[in-house]
Design a protein around this ligand. Structure first.
Ligand code: CP
Length: 311
C-alpha cells in the first residue's frame, strides 16, 4: 500500500487508510528501534533538509534521528543562522537548497500555510513539522500511536484536548485525526481560549469545567499555553490559569478512574500541568517523544514511496 499523497501537509488531507498505514508502519519501525543495530538502509541515497524557521527541540531532533536511522543524507537549516536575516525569501532559500539535489524538505514555520505554499512551487516532497496555528501532523500521528499503544485502539476512546485550543496546531491536527479514526473528542479550557465555532465546525464536545472534562475522558492531552502567539490578554494571570485549569494531583485524585496524561511539550510546569502529574506513572509524555522517531521514520519512508514492509 502507498499513501494517497506526495506531501504531508496536514492530517486534514489524509484518508483513514493513510493514517492506519502510517501507524502500522510506525509499529514496524518501533520494533526496528528496539534492536541492537537500529539503523536500516531504507533511505540510502535520499537527501533530506530540515528547514526550521521556528524554534524546536523535540520535532527537529526526532526528524533528524529518524532520517539518520533510515540512512538518509541529512542537512539542517536554521533561519536564524542563515541568509534569511539578509532578506532572502522562502522560495529563493528553498530553490537554492534544492539545486543541491535535495529529495525531501521537512519544514517548520511560524506562518500558517508556508509548507502548502512551498508544495505548489517546488518538486520535492514536503513534510509539515508545524505551521503557525494551522497543523502539526506528525505530532498528532505520534499522539495517536501512543494512545493506541496504551489503550489498544482509538475507536470509541474519549480524548480531551485541554487548554489553549485557539492557538494550538497540535489541537487541530489531533481533532482531524481522532475524528477520522472514530474516537470521541472534547475540547476543554477557558472560553477565551476555545474558538466559538468548534462544536459546529468540528463536531467535538466543548467543556469549560476542567473537573467535568477529566471525568468524561480516557485520555487528557494537556496543551501548552502559547504566550508567544497571544497578542491580547485572554486570562488574568498564569497563577489563576493554573488554579482553574491546571491539571494537578488533587484534581486527578477526585476521579473514579485513572486517566492517561499526555502533553506534546514543551511543558509550562506549574501552569497547564503540575510536575507531580507530568512525572507520574499516569503520564506517557516521554513515550510520546520515543514514539515520535518511529512515526517520523514511517512518514519519511512512505513518502519516499515505500510499502508496509518496513525492514
Ligand atoms: N511538540 C513539539 O512540537 O515540540 P518542539 O516545539 O520542541 O518541536
Amino acid at each position: 500500500m502507498q499513501l494517497s499523497t506526495k506531501h504531508l501537509l496536514g492530517i486534514r488531507d489524509l484518508t483513514p487508510q493513510d493514517i492506519q498505514l502510517i501507524l502500522t508502519t510506525a509499529g514496524h519501525f518501533k520494533e526496528v528501534l528496539q534492536r541492537p543495530v537500529k539503523k536500516v538502509p531504507t533511505l540510502r541515497d535520499i537527501t533530506i533538509v530540515n528547514l526550521f524557521y521556528e524554534n524546536s527541540t523535540r520535532t527537529r531532533m526526532s526528524f533528524e534521528l529518524a532520517e539518520k536511522r533510515l540512512s538518509a543524507d541529512v542537512m539542517n537549516f536554521s533561519a536564524s543562522a542563515s541568509s534569511v536575516s539578509k532578506g532572502e525569501t522562502l522560495l529563493d532559500t528553498v530553490n537554492n537548497i534544492l539545486s543541491m539535489k535535495v529529495d525531501m524538505v521537512v519544514m517548520r514555520h511560524s506562518a500558517s500555510g508556508a509548507p502548502h505554499f512551498l508544495a505548489k512551487h517546488i518538486p520535492a516532497s514536503i513534510v509539515n513539522a508545524g505551521d503557525g496555528i494551522n497543523e502539526h501532523p506528525t505530532q498528532a500521528l505520534l499522539d495517536a500511536f501512543s494512545i493506541q499503544e496504551k489503550l489498544g485502539s482509538l475507536e470509541g476512546k474519549k480524548i480531551a484536548l485541554i487548554g489553549d485550543i485557539m492557538h494550538s496546531r497540535v489541537a487541530l491536527s489531533n481533532i482531524y485525526l481522532l475524528k477520522k479514526m472514530g474516537a470521541e473528542v472534547m475540547v476543554a479550557g477557558p472560553p477565551t481560549l476555545i474558538p466559538k465555532y468548534m462544536k459546529e465546525s468540528f463536531d467535538v464536545e466543548v467543556e469549560y469545567n476542567l473537573q467535568k472534562a477529566l471525568e468524561w475522558c480516557d485520555v487528557a492531552n494537556v496543551l501548552r499555553i502559547q504566550l508567544e502567539r497571544q497578542n491580547q490578554v485572554l486570562f488574568s494571570s498564569l497563577r489563576e490559569y493554573n488554579l482553574a485549569y491546571g491539571v494537578k494531583r488533587e484534581v486527578l485524585d477526585k476521579l473514579k478512574k485513572e486517566i492517561v496524561i499526555m502533553h506534546p511539550g514543551p511543558i509550562n510546569r506549574g501552569v497547564e500541568l503540575d510536575s507531580d502529574v507530568a512525572d507520574s506513572k499516569q503520564s506517557i509524555i516521554l513515550q510520546q517523544v520515543e514514539n515520535g522517531v518511529a512515526v517520523r521514520m514511517a512518514v519519511l519512508y512512505l513518502l519516499a514511496g515505500g510499502n508496509a514492509n518496513a525492514n
